[in-house]
Design a protein around this ligand. Structure first.
Ligand SMILES: [Zn+2]
Length: 150
């Protein structure tokens, strides 16, 4: 990813991630893209806390869940450009993201100007705008991702 004069930060509306999910039990990968949202909180059976998404596997019927760890969310800054940086961590209890499609709902701030840009759509992997304060074009280009297991 390349962030020019711009630091990406999390949207005010909560994190929206569109992902394809894999069942950790039988390996079934969902055909549909699914959203995991920070604002969603589903109670787990047996009082085992909450998760961002709970889903029963269509193949093996196992109930799996995934939780966005809200305190791990970090901004992607201009100085992080061209490098991978962990911007969010998930606790995967049987549900594992295998692919990711960025959507709308990203927000950014001009590095020097602090100009806010809201509701950035990264579906095309690129975004650019004009910073009136800076009198320069700003942008996020070539959005790429990877999942790292820890
Ligand atoms: Zn399964």
């Amino acid at each position: 990813m390349c962030a020019e004069h711009c630091s990406k930060r999390r949207g005010r509306y909560g994190v929206v991630r569109s992902s394809q999910m894999k069942c950790g039990s039988c390996g079934e990968i969902s055909e549909r893209w699914q959203y995991i949202r920070l604002m969603d909180s589903v109670p787990l059976k047996g009082g085992r806390g909450k998760a961002s998404m709970v889903q029963k596997c269509r193949l093996c019927s196992r109930e799996n869940s995934i939780d966005i760890l809200s305190n791990t969310i970090k901004p992607y800054n201009a100085e992080d450009s061209e490098t991978f940086k962990t911007i969010v961590e998930f606790e995967c209890r049987g549900l594992e993201p295998v692919d990711f499609q960025p959507q709308a709902g990203f927000a950014a701030e001009g590095t020097e100007s602090r100009t806010p840009f809201s509701d950035i759509n990264l579906q095309e992997k690129d975004w650019n705008d004009y910073d009136e304060t800076l009198k320069a074009s700003v942008g996020i280009y070539d959005v790429t991702h990877q999942f790292v297991k820890c």
